[in-house]
Design a protein around this ligand. Sequence first.
Ligand code: SF4
Length: 348
Amino acid sequence: MVLFVTGLCRFRCFYCPVSPVRNQKDVVYANERRVLRDADVLEEARAIGAAGTGITGGDPLGVVDRVEHYVRLLKREFGEAHHIHLYTHEPNPEKLRKLAAAGLDEFRLHIPHYLWGPLAADGVAYRSVLEEAPSWGIRRGVEIPVLPEKEAELRRLLVALEEIGVDFVNLNELEFSETNEEKMRERGYRQDVRAGWGVRGSRAVAERIVRETHLRVPVHYCSSRFKDGVQLRQRLLRRAERTAPGFAERTPDGTVVLGIVEAGSTGDLARWASGVARRTGVGPDDYRLDLARRRVELAPGALRRAAGRLPWPAFEVEEYPTADALEVERNPLNPAARSKAAIVAGGV
Ligand code: SF4
């Protein structure tokens, strides 16, 4: 599970990928679910069968007491085996030691690109926190995006990390996002069309480094495509398996396909929903009423067969099985739906 503990951050990295709805806002999300109480965190962890949690932000150490609370909560609920790691930009031994004592298993230090090199002089705070961490009983790694023009500095940094003996280094492909696109283009970065949102040159530098530097410290590389294509997909598949209704169709990408019938604006929704079920010929366990979105959901096949007879807009939708149910496709199945779609497209 990805636990986003705050969008506030005093570092202003030009490549920051945090989305505009979260950036510099003090909000908490467990995956895509907005967290308002502890139960939201625990329910989301159960919904995806989480084996561990990655705590991220924003700057998690800016809300260290909140992070400590969640570490204790997750360990208490799911036991010691629930692995928890934290991403941070701040080399703060007091805060990290406190979190290690609360049960944090690992931190991944994000070293700013202007300090890449031997970690002497201005980089010494980063060196000391990495050197001290084993005495707190915690694993420590370094996780950074690969800036293609910084290959020499990155190589020197890896030598320093080898001397320190960090547990691992994760290199991420530098990537464009909605938030950073303008700043990245101003700096002259271009998209590598073969690499999804990856920046041209980032992958080649990372691959060269992984191939050529023979270090004892494990160096991993994570591409932009892998993150979306594998990590996200795995999480969606796990969530769909646990939360999608039996009548939904599941796709190999982890999304779910549903038939939906949208209600008019007034009236008793429960009564209306059982009327929809009767007219489409589905049993009481084969549909559900979504009160918030004022719609009935049922098997897409059953709705395709019956949609033409319904006076209400009927659609087939494909969506993420996430708490925000992001819709990726919508097809109208009857005249009422087609005229609604035309009105929306016309902006009326
Ligand atoms: S430390 Fe992370 S959250 Fe903060 S600005 Fe940099 S990339 Fe964004």
